[in-house]
Write a protein that binds this ligand. Sequence first.
Ligand code: SAH
Length: 225
Amino acid sequence: MALNVKILTIFPEIFPGFLGTSLTGRALKENIWNLEAVNIRDYAFDKHGSVDDTPCGGGAGMIMRPDVLGNAIEHNYKGGKIIYMSPKGQMLTQKKVHELSHEDNLTIICGRFEGIDERVLEEYNIEEISIGDYILTGGEQAAMIMLDAVVRLLPNVLGNAASTENESFENGLLEYPQYTRPIEWKNRKVPEILLSGHHENVAKWQKEKALQITKERRPDLLEKA
Ligand code: SAH
């Protein structure tokens, strides 16, 4: 069954953007997943399509109104998870990406301005997901990155199904260094062992290198494993 994605945004023209190219674009054409970007402004209650108002209690910027957003959700929700892209959310990990790739429907809310009214999150039992500890101008970019990671895991999207198995994060480790031809370049040689044709030794070397690089760069991953 295809993954059906609904995006609630005030900039629907951003989609599919880069998701329309390469592997994710082909998967979209082949209906392995579907994408509909809904304009939240179409669910506003005035003729200007107002979606935001000033923050209660004062402060800078504007907040997206709960009534308009709620109206957009109620007219478009078809079941499954509702996700709000948010720097306050749980950090996106490859584990979460796998989990999302097994869903049938995803409704994704993209914030703008200073974010959305808190009551919307409570009312619709919305899950908040962050793509990292930095602030973007909008949730659209975050949603596209999350979807890129999710869609490449859907069946028949990657040519070689095995190609995800040894990737960084899949086994709690960063990936070992990779090489291709030419065997010698600027006096740098591909490690001898990779040319030996000895699969067991190669696998052992790759495992060691993966461990070493993870220890050096991301000891936190080893602690978790
Ligand atoms: N004032 C908010 C940030 C608003 S940024 C705060 O301090 O938490 C505007 C919108 O961009 C947010 O509503 C959210 O949808 C999106 N966004 C910004 N940074 C993000 C991140 N790291 N991950 C996911 N979405 C993000």
